[in-house]
Design a protein around this ligand. Structure first.
Ligand SMILES: C[S@@+](CC[C@H](N)C(=O)[O-])C[C@H]1O[C@@H](n2cnc3c(N)ncnc32)[C@H](O)[C@@H]1O
Length: 257
């Protein structure tokens, strides 16, 4: 599935505001240790910009993505970075030599259970920490409420669990599943909420989000999408939307000792 440069740019300020400060700070401290940082599904480099803002600039980024247009923007933003054009499906092929931290953002909910399990085992064997931010958690909440919000959310979440390229995606379960899988391998796991809180000042993001949710809910079989999206679009300048996410930091056992 493709993500446009425009959509990723539109969502980045909300992502920046939503990231859990404590986990981002801990991850940035690990990243500042001098080794390379491997960013999975990097897009245009949003995670790297978040680390910059958190006080960890000039890191040795390795960006992995299967979209050359997004990697081109990442290269323009981070001239010293390495860009790896490829599919994340082959966990054994991830270039972990010289890597001190693996990161991801807005990625885990696209991935299937077997992929997450393979990643956790590879990082456990390599003793590398993992920071994964902005994992959608299934919660959509609007104020004021519309009678179809709940059924649209159910249909959207069903769509999120569909195949996004590598098998049936974990969707809303990804954060909790990741926490459980890394914990079972002995990692010290922190999972924190990192919701978007979209207000009247973010109408462009809200509108684009409504279109995306409506399209997915329609594909999942919801028949009330046109009425719901029209009502919601009419309210973007005087409504609030909360989109639930989690951020995860997993530190391998005996890390740093
Ligand atoms: C929602 S975007 C997030 C991008 C970026 N991390 C951010 O936070 O802005 C998901 C990213 O994962 C990439 N992606 C999804 N599935 C992939 C796969 N199987 N192999 C490589 N990249 C993938 C997409 O191209 C996209 O850049």
């Amino acid at each position: 599935m493709a993500f446009s440069v425009d959509w990723l740019a539109l969502r980045e300020p909300a992502d920046m505001a939503a990231r859990d400060r404590d986990l981002l700070g801990q991850a940035a401290t690990i990243a500042a240790g001098g080794l390379a940082v491997l960013d999975l599904g990097s897009g245009t480099g949003s995670t790297a910009r978040a680390f910059d803002a958190a006080g960890a600039p000039d890191l040795k980024w390795r960006f992995v993505d299967n979209d050359p247009a997004l990697l081109k923007v990442a290269r323009e933003s981070f001239s010293d970075s390495a860009q790896i054009l490829g599919d994340l499906g082959d966990i054994d092929a991830l270039p972990l030599d010289g890597v001190g931290l693996v990161t991801a953002s807005a990625l885990l909910d696209l991935m299937p259970h077997h992929w997450l399990s393979a990643l956790a085992h590879r990082l456990r064997a390599a003793h590398i920490p993992f920071y994964a931010a902005l994992n959608y958690d299934g919660n959509l909440l609007w104020t004021p409420n519309h009678p179809q919000d709940a059924s649209i959310t159910d249909a959207f979440n069903a769509h999120q669990r569909g195949d996004k390229g590598l098998g049936r995606a974990l969707g809303p379960d990804s954060g909790v599943q990741a926490a459980a899988q890394f914990d079972a391998l002995g990692f010290d796991v922190s999972l924190k909420n990192s919701p978007w809180r979209i207000g009247p000042g973010q109408a462009a993001l809200h509108s684009a989000l409504l279109d995306g949710i409506g399209a997915a809910a329609g594909e999942a079989g919801h028949r009330g999408v046109p009425e719901w999206t029209a009502a919601r679009h009419a309210g973007v300048h005087h409504s609030l939307c909360e989109v639930g996410h989690t951020d995860l930091l997993a530190i391998p056992p005996e890390y740093g000792s």
